[in-house]
Design a protein around this ligand. Sequence first.
Ligand code: CA
Length: 317
Amino acid sequence: MIGTRLRGLVVGFSALAMLVAAATPASAWCWWNCNYTKTKYPIVLAHGMSGFDELFGVYEYWFGIPDALDDGGATVFVTEVSQFNSTEARGEQLIDQVEQIVAITGKPKVNLIGHSHGGLDVRYVAAVRPDLVASVTSVGSPHKGADLADFLADNVEGGSFGEAVLGAFADLLGTVLGLISGSTNPQDAIAALGSLTTDGAAAFNASYPQGVPGTSCGEGSAVVNGIRYYSWSGTGVLTNALDVSDAAMGLTSLFYGEANDGLVGRCSSHLGDVIRDNYFHNHLDEVNQILGLVSIFESNPKSVFRAHANRLKNKGL
Ligand code: CA
């Protein structure tokens, strides 16, 4: 009898809680949620190599993520660098923007989070200007190179594109990514490709080894020069039947001999403290694309970013 009453009470309370939650405006919600992502230093989101920010705008490259972080109290900046260029060129552009963010906010450092090629860019910034950086986090970044970039680079002939190959590749990704075909400067695209090949990544790692695992699939140093290093990635490919980009991810994933997110292999994504390397996210799901179409059976990308901001906050960053 008591058990029945208790259950009734619990059910009643749950229903009430749901009603309250549904009726509660965002500002009231904040009284216990608003400090969850309130990091000491601003969070800077650095995008990867692609054309899909041209479709959605660079802010919405991170679909809903800046707002999700902001709702919990974080100060968030979204940077923009050349779509297609070397890591060093993109990294120098990023340094300029981080300097501006530091000047605007009055905070001496930032928490850098880079997706895809952006994860290499943020490593460059941390290596060259460690004074500006509290933490480095990469999401789905090819620190040991990407097999697809190797394939493409092998098919670039005599300094000009192997047009058939690149055309086929662009077709694979179609208008969803606009990759390569969206570039107005093919030489920049070649430089970008060069940065993402196995050889290009190895050369970059030799110059900027901070946080890179010494073994093929291990973890890197969690702290280098006082800067914390983290990474996560996915190994999902076909994750949402409604998302037309899943087909492109499915095709590009065939270039890989290991678990991958459609563009980056699981082990290649490792940097510093590996938070997780097998979310059921594909390369676009990692930034909650397209338009939030991700698996409903996995942690939502926005939740993953929020949890990470909370992790940084708890580290005093
Ligand atoms: Ca998706």
